[in-house]
Ligand binder design. Sequence first.
Ligand SMILES: [Zn+2]
Length: 375
Amino acid sequence: MISPATLLRDLVAIPTVSSQSNRPLIEWIQRFFLPLGWHQRLFSYEDAHGFEKINLIVSPRSLDEESISAELAIVCHTDTVPYSSTWADATNLLEVDGMLHGCGACDVKGFLACMLATVLEMDTAALRHQLCLVFTSDEEVGCRGARFLAEHKALKARYAIVGEPTSLTPARAGKGYCLATISVKGRAAHSAFPEAGHSAIFAAAQLLREIENLAQELLLERNNAFSPPWTTLNVGEIRGGTAKNIVPSECSFLLEWRPIPGQQPNLVLDRLRKIIGRLSANEFEAEVEVLRMDSGFETSAESTVIQSVQRQPGTPIETIAFATEAPWLARMGAEVVVIGPGSMLTAHSPRECVPKAELDSCVHLLRTAIEQLCG
Ligand SMILES: [Zn+2]
């Protein structure tokens, strides 16, 4: 038996920032499964910067050449966010007071180590239903690996456990994530003669006021599993104009919205296009470029997959505020739960760590879930 903490040390030592290929880590996992005799399939693609990205699916049973059909898929991304150059021990796992520190410790190599430690100690050949472990790429830059699997219909699953740090509390629902750039056009002129031009910034201000009203309308559709229980939106960046004495010809901003599950992610987009259409009657011009359009997910609290990871009946079940691969697994037909050791409050920072004890609990929890769902 190898402890998850020992495996985590090896996993953290292989840097897997999303801007690089994840091949070194994938090959490490492949070597891990060779002596176990597990079947493996790779699904690779080239990212926008020309780097090879690989999704790996492994199973103790043979894998269909067409579409893989799993009873239970346990899913974990292989990439991490970039880490600061001043964090000297980012890839050197350090233990302090029962906490293991390192880049990816909780997001999400801690869970990955637990997956591996769990199957090492189980007689997986005796499982009656198909168990697949799924290692994905590019989660931190828009879930591109999971999306690749969904769009290529590579995998179907009845149940899925997606690893993310939730301090081992099952999360059964999450909001979606959508992002668009809106570019408002104007006409440049000397600012002493504003009527000779058309200010893109004033026009954008008009549109922004309408978007604020839209945010108020969104409060009416509620899903009480969340706090706040509605679709939120934010304009997080704005750019426009070139000089104090030029009527600006362009103003663009980033609009982000997080739709509650059940609400179509393009509802906000459709309303936005209607607003732009209405404003266009009055010398207004704007273009919308959609960058992300991921729906939310929601699994019933009564689902077998939720119960399989509950440490005790009646313990809390939560919803999550951050984006995960869960909606893509839901699209593959799965009832999904998100769970994992560590807290997202330390992730994406040099404070990233995972409690060693939670790794051991997670192994126990995964073992129970596999036995219940595949045994
Ligand atoms: Zn993550």
